[in-house]
Ligand binder design. Structure first.
Ligand SMILES: CC(C)(COP(=O)(O)OP(=O)(O)OC[C@H]1O[C@@H](n2cnc3c(N)ncnc32)[C@H](O)[C@@H]1OP(=O)(O)O)[C@@H](O)C(=O)NCCC(=O)NCCS
Length: 265
C-alpha cells in the first residue's frame, strides 16, 4: 500500500507488502526488503539499505547511506545520522514505560533520539528517546541505553552494557562488556533514595573494565581506568587506575596508555 502523497524516486520498485504512509519522502538508491512499514512523514535519504520487517516511525529521518538490519524498529521522530549502521532486531528511540509499583512516574515529554553520522549499533540493542549519540559512537550487541543520556564522539559501549538515565559519557570513553552504569535505580525504600537519583558522569578517555558497576552520580575522571568487576562508590580522579569492591585508587594511568600516546587514526 503506497499513499498517493508519498514522494518516491522515479523507477523505485517496492517489494511485496510494503506500506508507505502519507507524506513519506524517499530519495534515490533505496534497497528495501519485504514487509516494511514507513509511517507518516518518514524521510529516507539517498542510498539507504533497509532489511525486511522494519518499521520506520512517524517523522523519523534516515540520513544518506544509513543501513538497517531486519526487524529493526525506529520510533517516531528519531534521526539516524548519515552512514550509520544498525543491526538486526535493534530498537531506536524507544519511550520508557514504568512498572505500576515504580517510584519513577511518567517521564514526560522526551525529545527524540538523535544519532550523529557514522554510528554503529549492533543487534538486539535498545536506545531510548531523549538520548543523543554524537558522531562515530559504537554500541555493541545487546546493549541498552536509557533516556536523556549524552554519548560524545567515538564512545565505545561494549556488549550487554546497561547505561541508565541521565548519564554523560565523554569522548573516546570505552565501556567493556556487561558494565552497569546506574542512575535512578537506588534500591532503598525510604525517602533517602531521592537524594541518590543522579546520572553518572564519565569524562573523556576513561575506560571501564568488564562488569564493573558505577553507583548513582559517580564521576570517573578523564583517562581514568576502572578494573573489571569493580563497584565504584565514589569519584575516581582523572588519570588514575582504581579497582576492587569498593573501588580504590591504586596507581596513575600508565602514560603509554593515554590517548595522547596513541597513534592518530
Ligand atoms: C585493573 C587492571 C587494568 C590492571 O591493573 P594492574 O594494576 O595492572 O593489575 P595487576 O595485574 O598488576 O594486579 C595487581 C593486583 O591487583 C589485583 N587486581 C587486578 N585487577 C583487579 C580487579 N579488576 N579487581 C580486583 N583486583 C584486581 C591483582 O589480583 C593483583 O593482586 P595481588 O597483588 O594481590 O596479586 C586490570 O586488572 C583490569 O581489570 N582490566 C580490565 C579487563 C577488562 O575488562 N577487559 C575487557 C576487554 S577484553
Amino acid at each position: 500500500m503506497i499513499d498517493a502523497s508519498a514522494q518516491l524516486p522515479a523507477g523505485l520498485e517496492l517489494p511485496a507488502f510494503t506500506v508507505v504512509e502519507a507524506e513519506v519522502r524517499i530519495q534515490p538508491g533505496l534497497k528495501i526488503g519485504p514487509f516494511c512499514h514507513l509511517q507518516r512523514g518518514a524521510q529516507v535519504g539517498a542510498d539507504v539499505e533497509i532489511g525486511s520487517h522494519v518499521v520506520i516511525g512517524e517523522g523519523a529521518v534516515l540520513e544518506d547511506g544509513v543501513r538497517l538490519g531486519s526487524h529493526t524498529v525506529i520510533h517516531p521522530h528519531t534521526r539516524v545520522g548519515a552512514g550509520s549502521l544498525v543491526g538486526d532486531h535493534t530498537i531506536l528511540g524507544k519511550l520508557p514505560s514504568t512498572a505500576s509499583t515504580s517510584t519513577l512516574k511518567a517521564a514526560g515529554e522526551l525529545p527524540p533520539l538523535i544519532m550523529g553520522p557514522g554510528c554503529t549499533v549492533g543487534a538486539l540493542a535498545v536506545i531510548y528517546a531523549g538520548t543523543v549519540l554524537a558522531e562515530e559512537v559504537f554500541v555493541a550487541d545487546l546493549a541498552s541505553i536509557r533516556e536523556r543520556c549524552r554519548l560524545d564522539r567515538r564512545v565505545i559501549v561494549g556488549r550487554g552494557v546497561t547505561v541508565e538515565n541521565d548519564v554523560t559519557i565523554g569522548e573516546a570513553t570505552k565501556l567493556q562488556a556487561e558494565v552497569y552504569i546506574t542512575a535512578f535505580n537506588y534500591l532503598a525504600r525510604t525517602e533517602e533514595r531521592f537524594k541518590h537519583r543522579k546520572g553518572c558522569v564519565l569524562r573523556s578517555g576513561c575506560r571501564i573494565g568488564g562488569a564493573a558497576v558505577l553507583l548513582p552520580g559517580v564521576e570517573v575522571g578523564e583517562e581514568a581506568v576502572v578494573g573489571a568487576g569493580s563497584v565504584v562508590t565514589r569519584a575516581v580522579p582523572p588519570m588514575k587506575v582504581a579497582y576492587g569492591v569498593p573501588a580504590r585508587v591504586v596507581r596513575p594511568t600508565p602514560p603509554e596508555q593515554l590517548l595522547s600516546a596513541q597513534k592518530k587514526s
